[in-house]
Ligand binder design. Structure first.
Ligand code: NAD
Ligand code: UD2
Length: 312
């Protein structure tokens, strides 16, 4: 029996693949390498890499004909909000149509034990209720968030309508090793790491803070995200439900920057620019639902940043 990880060559997916391999699973990765990199994958005979587009129905159908999947983790997506705003149609083909192709195949597979869909805190938009519980108002503001919410609902409705064993997770701000810092819309911690590394090497760079730095986020270390994904894929209580994945702790952007500068011991000048359009002021997760299936984050922000920095 195999486990499918779509988007497995990407940031979060590749950490999940490593964890699955370490627990002796046979893993199939479907990734079109639009963002991912095969170098992220562990070298193991238990990993089969398939370069392909999950937004192509035939590719997905062939995949399910070839392999009998016990678990599916659907992480493959156009993960950039900015890209979704630039090209809603292309994003939709991957982020919604692709999800439906996978769900349709999952529905037919009687051996399937779990299908976990990776959604996003973006579904909450800038609605001000805090902390975000899974029942907080939904206000998806971008094509990315709209497709995430629709896919999530489809996944959960497949459980209600057809008994397909689905669950969904809403990731907050994930950070860690292998996160790509190359776009201005990459995760802030990956950009900060990149700037700290440059300054450490004597290449002087500044880090731009958008706004006053007082905005809060729930930064969750990637290993904790993998832990949450595995729990959601195993717990009977997770069936048909959606779970926030964060730490439950809000951190001010400026505090995170100062903690990181201090632990790296690198001097990094800051420049302040006006707040990004549409930037959310405050965001953090209520993780009681995840706690109810025995999740507790293992990393404080300091610990996560420390592991990340030491690796770089
Ligand atoms: P990522 O870009 O590193 O990973 C996504 C992977 O999907 C990439 O390897 C990419 O090549 C692949 N992909 C894209 N389009 C594809 C297609 N048509 N067919 C096959 N593969 C395709 O991003 P990530 O940060 O690892 O995100 C993983 C998932 O988690 C995504 O669904 C993303 O939307 C979601 N998410 C991430 C965060 C975060 O903080 N990183 C927050 C919320 C939600
Ligand atoms: C996250 C997601 C985004 C979307 C959004 C929905 C990531 C990378 N982004 O955006 O996809 O789901 O949540 O709410 O997961 N910042 C700087 N300097 C920089 C980069 C960022 O000051 O160079 C600020 C940015 O303006 C924001 C904060 O840092 O206030 C976090 O930025 P981010 O892009 O990492 O994540 P976020 O929460 O804006």
């Amino acid at each position: 029996m195999y486990t499918l990880v779509t988007g497995g060559a990407g940031f979060i997916g590749s950490h999940l693949v490593k964890a699955l391999i370490n627990s002796n699973r046979k893993v199939v990765v479907l990734d079109d390498l639009s963002m991912g990199n095969v170098e992220n994958l562990p070298k193991s005979e238990n990993v089969t890499f398939i370069e392909g587009d999950l937004g192509n129905k035939t590719t997905v159908q062939e995949l399910f004909k070839t392999y009998d999947f016990e678990k599916v983790f659907h992480l493959g997506a156009v993960a950039s909000v900015a890209a979704s705003v630039e090209n809603p149609l292309k994003t939709h083909q991957t982020n919604l149509e692709g999800s439906l192709y996978l769900l349709e195949e999952a529905k037919k597979n009687k051996n399937l034990k779990r299908f976990v869909f990776a959604s996003s805190a973006a579904v909450y938009g800038d609605e001000p209720t805090l902390p975000k519980t899974e029942n907080s108002p939904i206000q998806p503001l971008t094509p990315y968030a709209i497709d995430k919410f629709a896919s999530e609902r489809y996944a959960l409705s497949y459980y209600q309508l057809y008994g397909t064993p689905t669950a969904a997770v809403r990731f907050f701000n994930v950070y860690g090793i292998n996160q790509n810092p190359s776009s201005p819309y990459s995760g802030v911690i990956s950009i900060l790491t990149d700037r700290l590394l440059s300054n450490k090497k004597g290449i002087e760079k500044t880090f731009t803070v958008f706004g006053d730095g007082e905005q809060t986020r729930d930064f969750v270390y990637v290993d904790d995200v993998v832990k949450a994904l595995l729990l959601v894929s195993e717990s009977e209580d997770a069936l048909g439900r959606v779970f926030n994945v964060g730490t439950g702790q809000p951190v001010k952007l400026i505090d995170m920057i100062n903690i990181y500068k201090k632990l790296s011991g690198v001097n990094l000048p800051l420049a302040f620019e006006k707040q990004r359009e549409g930037d959310i002021r405050e965001s953090y997760a209520d993780i009681n639902a995840l706690r109810s299936i025995d999740f507790e984050p293992s990393y404080t922000l300091e610990e996560g940043l420390n592991v990340y920095w030491k690796h770089e």
